[in-house]
Design a protein around this ligand. Structure first.
Ligand code: NAD
Length: 264
């Protein structure tokens, strides 16, 4: 990869497409929404924080015909249902669902409380399950669509101090494959992306919990075959590839976007 790669100008054709991006106020979700909009999609951006969400929408464009924010916590099944009904009310159909909302906390198993376990599993696994469950009838009615679940390298391998996160993302990876089988004959594709460490607010938050953040970041970066961490737009571009017709023969895939960290 060259250092002058400019993914900010990356364009796909999403004209006439309607997309949902959960947890889209920051990081990977925000960049995905930006690329979907640049390709002409109508986007419903969702998140838990209304102020953050509305600020993100203002940065992305004008709220209204093509872009809307909905406050919704994906760990609550009723709010997952509301995400889907809102997209239908606003735009009349759904073509693309990006289950991006997620949470992470590094913790040795002895310190993980039931509350922390539920928080991570409910956000990272139960949320995408219910968003998919409520979206599927409309995707079937639409005679096709593309679901992209944002998993992780931790959804493909075990990472230290991350047993619950790995369980949630591993569950999401295999859930995506199973659902791909059930929906293939309806023209609905289900894939997941598995990012490595990406420079987003999630990573910033994690660094703050480390005893020596600078040293930790240096070691982490050094562990990457490509010698650097990823950028959110580098994950967004793969999500948009999987959302677009260019990848029509791709379903049930777990697409690593991780600078080679899981290649060894
Ligand atoms: P981020 O913190 O910027 O984005 C996550 C978003 O999800 C935030 O906007 C957050 O408010 C939202 N969110 C959290 N819980 C929610 C809930 N219950 N309901 C609705 N929204 C909720 O970080 P990011 O790195 O852009 O994360 C996006 C996805 O990428 C996550 O699923 C994460 O697990 C995954 N991921 C990130 C990395 C990384 O290194 N940054 C690596 C692998 C996978």
């Amino acid at each position: 990869m060259t250092s002058d790669t400019n993914l900010l100008g990356c364009r796909f054709d999403f004209s006439k497409k309607v997309a949902i991006v959960t947890g889209g106020s920051s990081g990977i979700g925000y960049e995905t929404a930006r690329m979907l909009l640049a390709g002409g999609a109508k986007v419903l951006l969702t998140g838990r924080d209304e102020i953050k969400g509305e600020n993100a929408v203002r940065q992305l464009g004008e709220p209204g015909q093509k872009l809307n924010f909905l406050k919704a916590d994906v760990s609550q099944p009723a709010q997952c249902k509301k995400i889907i009904s809102s997209a239908i009310e606003l735009y009349g159909k759904i073509d693309i669902v990006v289950n991006n909302a997620g949470v992470f906390n590094a913790n040795p198993i002895e310190n993980v409380t039931e509350k922390e376990f539920d928080w991570m599993i409910n956000t990272n696994l139960k949320g995408p399950f219910f968003v998919c469950k409520y979206a599927v009838p409309f995707l079937k009615e639409n005679k096709g669509g593309s679901i992209i679940n944002v998993s992780s390298d931790a959804g493909l391998q075990g990472n230290r101090l991350s047993s619950v996160y790995c369980a949630s993302k591993g569950g999401l990876t295999i859930f995506s494959k199973a659902l791909a089988l059930d929906l293939a004959s309806y023209g609905i594709r289900v894939n997941c992306v598995c990012p490595g460490d990406i420079a987003t607010p999630m990573l910033d938050k994690d660094l703050k919990t480390r005893s020596d953040p600078e040293k930790y970041l240096e070691t982490l970066t050094g562990s990457y075959p490509v010698g650097r961490l990823g950028r959110p737009e580098e994950v967004a571009s793969v999500i948009c590839f999987l959302a677009s017709g260019i990848s029509d023969f791709v379903t049930g895939a777990s697409w690593s976007v991780d600078g080679g960290i899981t290649a060894g």
